[in-house]
Design a protein around this ligand. Sequence first.
Ligand code: NAD
Length: 420
Amino acid sequence: MEDLNPFHIAQTQYARAARYIRASDGLLENLRRPERTIRIDFPVKMDDGTIQVFTGYRVQHNNARGPFKGGVRYHPGVTEDEVKALASWMTWKTAVMDIPFGGAKGGVVCDPKRLSTEEKRAITRRYVSQLGSAIGPMIDIPAPDVYTDATTMAWIFDTYDMTHKGQNNLPVVTGKPLELGGSHGRATATARGCIFCVEEAIARGLVEGVRSLAGARVVVQGFGNAGAFAARFAHRAGAKVIAASDSSGAVLAPAGLDPEQLMAHKKQKGSVVGFPGSSVLGGAEVLELECDVLIPAALENQITAANAERVRAKLVAEAANGPTTPAADEVLHRRGIPVIPDILANGGGVTVSYYEWVQNIQDEQWDEERVEGKLRKKMVNAFHAVFDIATERKLEPRTAAYVLALDRVTRVTELRGIWP
Ligand code: NAD
C-alpha cells in the first residue's frame, strides 16, 4: 500500500533533493522538521446553544528568509501531519518564488458546509485569539486556503486588531477584502500564476505537440478559488476547458465549457454538476481524460500509484498543494509527462500576498496592472530557474524546485549563523 501521509510524502520529496545540497547533515535534518507545532482545542457556542470543541493547528516550519507565511484551511480531514506538510511546502514555495517569507500553515478540523456564517466567525475568532501573539505582521501571516476566503481573513484581521491595539495590523493577514486592505489581483493570483507557468511550459516546448494555450484542451479538478479562475484564464487565452469537477462530481463538454457561466451555475446550485450542455462524469475520471493540460486544484493525493498510469494529459500543472504522490511522480516522469510542481505552479497566491503585505506596510494600494506585471515577472523567473536546474542536472521538476529552494534557505541560514 502506498503511504499517503502528507508529511511522510513531504519528507520523501525533501530527501530526493537534499542529497544534491551542500550543507551540513545537521542543518538538513533541521529543515526536515517544522520549528514549532501549535495545537489548540477550543470551545465554540453553536447556533443551537450547545458547546462544541474544535481542534486547530498552526505549524511554523521555517523563518530563516522572513516571517512565517501560509494559509488557513477549514476541512474535516485536517490533521497535524497534513498541516506540517503544507507548512513545509510554504517554506520551499516562498524560496522558489524568491519572496522574503518563511513557511507556515494553519487548519481547523471542521466541516464548513455544515456551519452557519455565525459559527464560522466564532471558530475563526476563538482560533485567532488563542493563537495570540504567535501570529503578527512581522511574525506569522495567515492567508486563505481550502474553504476559507476574504471574509474569513477580515475576521482574522479584526480579531487580531481588537487584541493588539495601537499599531498598523493590516499586514497580519493577506487575502483580505479590497475594502479592508486587500490587494487587487489577490483572489485570482494563484490561478494567474498557474496559467503563466503553463504558458511558459508550452513556450519552452515541454508540452508535446502544443504550441499555444489557444486551442489546448484543459481539464480542471476542483472548481474552487484556484481551479475556477485557472479555467477562466485558460479560456480567455483561447483554451478549451473540456471538463471540471468539485466535491460533488464532474462535468464534461468536449466542445468546451464557459468558465464564467459554470461559476455562476456553481454559485447558484452549489456544484458544477448539472451544468447545461454538459454530461456527467465520475469525480475520479477527470484525472484520466485525454487532454493537453491537467490542472489538479482540489486537495492532496489525487494522482497516486493507483491511477498515474492512466493519466492521459501532456502536462500536469499543480494548482493544488500535494496532488501528486512520490510514486506517481516516478510514473509520470518515466512516461514523459512533465509536472509543474505545486511549490512553483501555485506560488502566485503567496506572491501577491507578499505584495498585499508590502502595500499594507507602505499604506498604498497598487492597481491591478502593476500587481499583475510584477507577478508575471516573478512567475516567469521562478519557472525558468526551476526548469533550467531540471534540464542541467537531469532532475524531475519537483526535485529541481526543491533543490532551488533548499539552496536558498540553507544559504541564508549559513549567512545568518546559528544563534546563540
Ligand atoms: P476552495 O475551497 O476555493 O476550492 C476547493 C475546491 O475543490 C472546491 O470547489 C471543492 O468542491 C473542490 N473539491 C474538494 N474535494 C474535492 C474532490 N475530492 N474532488 C474534486 N474537487 C474537490 O480552495 P482553494 O483555495 O481553491 O484551494 C484549492 C487548492 O489550491 C488547495 O490544495 C490549496 O492548498 C491550493 N492553493 C490555494 C491557494 C489560494 O490562494 N487559495 C494558494 C495556493 C494553493
